[in-house]
Design a protein around this ligand. Sequence first.
Ligand SMILES: NC(=O)c1ccc[n+]([C@@H]2O[C@H](COP(=O)([O-])OP(=O)(O)OC[C@H]3O[C@@H](n4cnc5c(N)ncnc54)[C@H](O)[C@@H]3O)[C@@H](O)[C@H]2O)c1
Length: 385
Amino acid sequence: MAKLNWGMIGGGEGSQIGPAHRLGAGLDGELAFVAGALDHRPEEGRAYGQRLGLDADRAYGSWQEMLEGERGRDDRVDLVTVATPNATHFEITRAFLEAGFHVLCEKPMTMTVEEGEELVHLANHTGRICAVNYGYTGYSLVRHMRAMVARGDIGKVRVVVAEFAHGHHADATDADNPRVRWRYDPAQAGVSAQFADCGIHALHMASFVTGQEVERLSADTVSAIPVRTLEDDAMVNFRMDGGAVGRLWTSSIAIGRQHGLTLQVFGETGGLRWSQEQPNQLYYMPLGERLQVIERGEGNLSPEADRTSRVTVGHAEGMPLAFGNIYADLAEAIRARKEGRTMDPAANLYPRAEDGLRSMAAVFAVAASGKAEGRWVDARPPMFR
Ligand SMILES: NC(=O)c1ccc[n+]([C@@H]2O[C@H](COP(=O)([O-])OP(=O)(O)OC[C@H]3O[C@@H](n4cnc5c(N)ncnc54)[C@H](O)[C@@H]3O)[C@@H](O)[C@H]2O)c1
């Protein structure tokens, strides 16, 4: 079976997220890395692309060049990943969708709710896939958690508690470092810093696992380091459309916390707890029984978990493999379309443009509520009200 062709924009040498995408996309031998516009500096992008093995004519100097070069080829890329800085996502994703490519866009998908709605409409209109890289939902045990909630193992969900709190921007003496400062500057980052960067991962995971969408929220946002305009810490209370009550804490000043993405779900007959820094264990407490530790790779968990586990139980799997599961979903979705068949339902879990849009609506809701001393606000995008 021929490999699908894959290309990426952004993710140049020294970037944070480029290597995880290349590892994830290359994991199962489904996708061949054949094209890229990897850097905002054309020559560096071309040179790095070739060092990574791209042919010289497909190591492009810009995304516009890549669009022109790829659209006319018979062997054009089947999927394009957009892993550039946030403010460029919308323009690049829109251009590639319009040209008929499937796209995996990094989060946040857009900078505004209106742009998000436009991408949802465009994906529907063109029939192309517009996925968003909430890559942490690719972890096998996150998918198992979702399956357990869906099959009723913990009963009706009462409360979901999500955290994404790290301490990497806690040093007030480093606040003026240009690599840190732009994140808290509305001119460059938009209406939110920490919630838009990290909080949306946790909020999306709460929806992914519970199968419920956020309807309204109340936020307490602060800039604990006073020179910052945007928030570096936020506590968000929310209500979901299936009746669940949500709590979310996100922070970049939590000294001692490293990555700090954790989800807990409490239902009428059980509780679940998963933490990204120990992703190979899921803690399950059935009401009135003893605490159970579910290990990734045990086998015979759920189809969604078994499909996304590659390494023998007791051997750690981590973040690039979680990204690999998003790519595996997308490869299956693209192949199913090419072959005119229904896709494997256990693979039909990749985050969509609708999820990116819901996140953007939540970002604006958090910013508005934070300014209004925690007033409860509608968190749904207008098109889903
Ligand atoms: N899903 C996740 O878990 C996750 C984790 C980290 C970052 N991200 C997202 O990934 C994106 C990139 O983040 P990063 O930390 O890797 O950033 P980075 O600054 O480390 O790297 C950005 C890369 O994009 C390149 N670039 C910039 N503009 C470009 C353009 N116009 N055309 C081509 N290349 C261009 C840069 O040269 C650089 O190589 C951001 O949107 C961020 O929010 C997602």
